[in-house]
Write a protein that binds this ligand. Structure first.
Ligand code: 5GP
Ligand code: ZN
Length: 119
């Protein structure tokens, strides 16, 4: 598995920095955001270090398909109500103008009753 020793999310994936785990398999890791905007707010990341969505190509399609397929399942598991009354928001900040702070590809999955702190 390719990890970047200086990357926060690589350290979280490897357990070197603790997190509240939501889900893990051989390809992806999900954990609660430390500073949640919504009643449900977790991050879903590939285990291997990919900098951002600006860095993906065809070779990443199966991994990203797997990751995105998990988002709705984990959202329900974490307490989001079902569509259409409930639902969730998926966000991926990419690059400086996209608001990306941690440079390891991740999607935010947010949901739960309104109002939210942000978003
Ligand atoms: P970005 O702006 O890069 O999309 O978002 C990074 C997210 O990572 C932020 O929502 C922030 O709260 C979260 N985050 C930053 N450091 C940590 C940490 O050490 N642990 C956890 N669980 N989340 C973090
Ligand atoms: Zn990383």
């Amino acid at each position: 598995m390719e990890h970047d020793p200086n990357c926060l999310f690589c350290k979280i994936v490897q357990g070197a920095i603790p997190s509240r785990k939501v889900y893990e398999d051989d390809q992806v890791f999900a954990f609660h955001d430390i500073n949640p905007w919504a009643p449900v707010h977790f991050l879903l990341v590939p285990k291997r270090h990919i900098v951002s969505f600006a860095h993906v190509d065809a070779q990443h399609a199966p991994l990203l398909g797997h990751l995105m397929m998990l988002a709705p399942k984990l959202a329900l598991q974490e307490g989001c109500r079902p569509y259409p009354e409930g639902g969730f928001r998926i966000v991926s900040n990419t690059g400086a103008e996209g608001g990306q702070e941690v440079h390891h590809l991740h999607v935010h999955v947010m949901g739960g009753p309104r109002p939210w702190l942000r978003g």
